[in-house]
Design a protein around this ligand. Structure first.
Ligand SMILES: [Zn+2]
Length: 394
């Protein structure tokens, strides 16, 4: 039994973590059993997010899940706004959670007492969102928990006491930010040379899952766009299957972030409750499939994405989670909410402009990036601004 902070014997925490794992696994089995395709059955990593009211497991509900371990070759993607470039399970699962959050905000638009009662969001009297008004916040007691079947790639995966592949060259880059290998699996340490993406002719890259999860524990899961409307939504706990060790995860996801301070209200550095499963499933061996699936609560079935094209596997259409799909939904929602909720004033414009207009979110992100850089962990690589020139009329 291994739980957060090296404590032994905390049966309740361990029971909770095991239950989170079983709920995600059951939902995945249910979804794949009703699906004729077998291409996703060989997944290497499964991630899921569960919502609870307090720690009452009777209220537990799987709200998003995803599989995947691959990242597209970003230099060979022509339309990055319509493709899903980072198909790692944890990252896709967060995007699927955002669709769930949108659905919960849309419940408020029904203007029915029932819709308002059902939504997990409530008006935030006296709050402060990037939209400039009170905005919305999660209902009291609503908590989100993530399960990942294998330790997140990057710093949390490497140098782990349980790591058996001794191929890692040295501990020189311990704690360092890492980037995903384009068009494949695995990660590489960030080097100063690559700090300005594309401007120095280096390939475009995306940050490792460990680093992205560390970022979520500072700026939240909701992303820049939703922070116009809602207070940050944080993960409360993380349960990891194979290749995991709570002390090691705690270093990579929490202690590494100690220098991150002075965050603008209501952002704060959230300490994740970390758990590992007492008996984890074996990570499937062999080649990873070229498919990543995703699902959000309310969907009839799984969406299957080819990790070669970053688009729907069979039809080739853009994913429901790609940048343009989520941006269109955000714009529609904001237009509808305009005038109904303080803080939802329309900010129409480009994708990048709308993200940059989320002032507090951007300041919190800058504090995070700056603190890691000063701490010698490397430079966070942001996508160049021209990728954000996306304007959709709704
Ligand atoms: Zn990953």
């Amino acid at each position: 039994m291994r739980t957060s902070g090296g404590r032994v014997g905390n049966d309740r925490d361990q029971f909770f973590a095991e239950s989170i794992f079983h709920l995600v696994r059951e939902k995945y089995t249910e979804l794949t059993d009703s699906c004729f395709s077998t291409s996703h059955a060989r997944h290497k990593v499964l991630a899921g997010i569960i919502m609870t009211r307090g720690f009452d497991l009777r209220s537990a509900q799987v709200v998003s899940l995803a599989t995947g371990t691959k990242c597209l070759d970003l230099d060979n993607v022509s339309d990055r706004n319509s493709t899903l470039s980072d198909c790692h399970a944890e990252v896709v699962c967060r995007r699927a959670l955002i669709r769930f959050l949108y659905a919960q905000l849309e419940l408020l638009l029904c203007k029915s007492a029932e819709g308002e009662e059902q939504s997990i969001f409530v008006p935030n009297k006296g709050g402060c969102c990037d939209g400039g008004g009170d905005g919305l916040r999660l209902r009291d007691g609503v908590l989100f928990h993530m399960y990942v079947s294998s330790s997140p790639c990057g710093d949390a995966r490497l140098n782990c006491p349980y790591e058996t592949t001794a191929t890692y060259p040295s501990r020189r880059f311990r704690c360092h930010l890492r980037v995903k290998v384009n068009g494949g699996e695995g990660t590489l340490p960030v080097t100063a040379r690559r700090a300005n993406q594309k401007q120095d002719g280096k390939p475009l890259v995306t940050m490792s899952c460990t680093d992205k999860m560390a970022k979520w524990s500072v700026v939240g899961l909701q992303g820049a766009l939703l922070s116009h409307l809602v207070e940050p939504v944080y993960l409360h706990s993380l349960t990891v299957g194979t290749l995991s060790h709570t002390g090691h995860l705690g270093r990579a996801l929490t202690r590494r972030l100690a220098p991150v301070k002075h965050l603008p209200f209501p952002y704060r550095r959230r300490q994740l409750l970390l758990s590992c499963l007492s008996s984890s499933e074996v990570r499937p061996a062999g080649k990873a499939p070229n498919v990543s699936v995703n699902w959000s609560s309310g969907d009839g079935g799984l969406e299957e994405i080819s990790t070669v094209t970053g688009r729907a596997k069979d039809s080739g259409t853009p994913s429901q989670l790609c940048r343009s799909s989520l941006f269109a939904r955000w714009q529609r929602l904001q237009q509808q909410l305009n005038g109904q909720i303080s803080g939802a004033e329309a900010i129409m414009g480009t994708y990048c402009g709308s993200k940059m207009a989320a002032g507090r979110y951007q300041r919190a992100l800058q504090q995070f990036i700056g603190a890691l850089q000063v701490g010698g962990l490397g430079t966070w690589l942001r996508k160049p601004p021209q990728l954000g020139h996306l304007n959709i009329s709704v």
